[in-house]
Design a protein around this ligand. Structure first.
Ligand SMILES: NC(=O)c1ccc[n+]([C@@H]2O[C@H](COP(=O)([O-])OP(=O)(O)OC[C@H]3O[C@@H](n4cnc5c(N)ncnc54)[C@H](O)[C@@H]3O)[C@@H](O)[C@H]2O)c1
Length: 299
């Protein structure tokens, strides 16, 4: 359902009021932020297709949504495989008709200093954090473009898309591969936002702070053989007791879609300082080189 025009929105998109006439695909919806997003969408009555490589988890979330009285479906998908993503889009349309919302949540985290990382480690993190989103958008967005009822894409990056953390700010973990790929997700998503605006499709980048999930464990157990194969990770290690509840994330995603935000933030009040520091550093760099510009023009 399309409603009012957002006066502050430079793209002049009509805002999307989520409702029972909408269908969403939530990839990586079997847990964590994907589960929270799906529950948020379902709270608005949106039909949800929960797609995940771990089908049992997807089924559990689809059952939760059915328990709310909202239609849902669990579909197995491998977000690193174009055919699997095409089959997901096909199955969604077969079951529920037009697709309106795509939420991409597949990702991995890997603790490795940049210069120590092998090609296989880079390949793994790029494939899961960036290319899973690139592939899913290519498979699903053309189907959203086939109707004129509007739509929205939410690509999950991280606050690591907005600044680079020093290891001592993140408990000594080397987040370089993660940060690099999450910055790429923001660049991809912001550009897609401009490309899809003429079609009336909104695009947002979800940049959460810490949310309750088992990302370390799902990263390791779903690592394909070509990137080193699966490994066990103790899910209880490193769990952050102050993480946001999954259920709360959905509220932010729904608000971000309905207000067509460029970036959807959790923990906005805590993260702001780091973005301001980065902006200040960049401003200094601009001033430094603008002075060289001025000298260069004089000669
Ligand atoms: N949890 C956090 O604190 C946090 C913060 C910022 C960003 N993120 C990002 O949020 C996204 C979701 O992570 P999460 O923390 O909710 O962890 P999660 O492990 O709960 O979610 C990832 C989901 O993706 C699924 N998956 C893995 N490989 C897949 C594949 N090839 N195809 C389809 N599904 C696959 C997993 O089974 C899992 O359900 C990631 O991109 C992560 O980087 C997480």
């Amino acid at each position: 359902m399309l409603e009012t025009v957002h006066d502050d929105n430079p793209l002049f998109l009509e805002l999307m009021k989520l409702g029972a006439d909408h269908t969403a695909i939530v990839i990586g919806g079997g847990g964590g932020i994907g589960r929270g997003t799906a529950l948020g969408l379902a709270s608005k009555g949106v039909r949800c297709v929960i797609a995940d490589i771990e089908l049992d988890n997807a089924k559990a979330v689809a059952d939760e949504i059915a328990g709310l009285g909202v239609a849902s479906l669990a579909v197995p998908v491998d977000a690193t495989d174009n055919d699997s993503l095409a089959a997901l889009a096909e199955e969604t349309e077969r079951q529920f008709g037009a697709i309106h919302v795509l939420s991409n949540n597949v990702g991995v985290v890997h603790d490795r200093a940049l210069l120590d990382a092998t090609d296989a480690e880079w390949g793994w993190v790029v494939e899961f954090n960036l290319m899973s989103i690139v592939r899913a958008c290519a498979a699903v967005v053309p189907r959203i473009q086939t109707h004129d009822a509007g739509g929205h894409v939410v690509n999950t990056a991280s606050m690591a898309a907005l600044w680079a953390s020093k290891p001592d700010e993140v408990h000594g973990v080397n987040l370089g591969l993660y940060t690099t790929t999450k910055h790429a997700v923001l660049g991809y998503t912001e550009t897609l936002r401009y490309e899809l605006a003429p079609d009336g499709i909104g695009v947002s980048c979800l940049c959460p702070g810490t949310v309750d999930s088992n990302l370390m464990a799902t990263s390791m157990r779903n690592r394909p053989e070509r990137f080193g194969g699966p490994e066990h990770f103790d899910e209880t290690v490193g769990m952050n007791p102050f993480a946001m509840a999954q259920e709360d994330v959905g509220k932010y995603v729904v608000a971000g879609i309905e207000d067509d935000r460029t970036v959807v933030l959790t923990h906005a009040s805590r993260g702001r300082r780091f973005v301001d520091e980065r902006a200040a550093t960049l401003a200094e760099d601009f001033e430094f080189f603008a002075a060289i510009d001025a000298e260069t023009k004089e000669t």
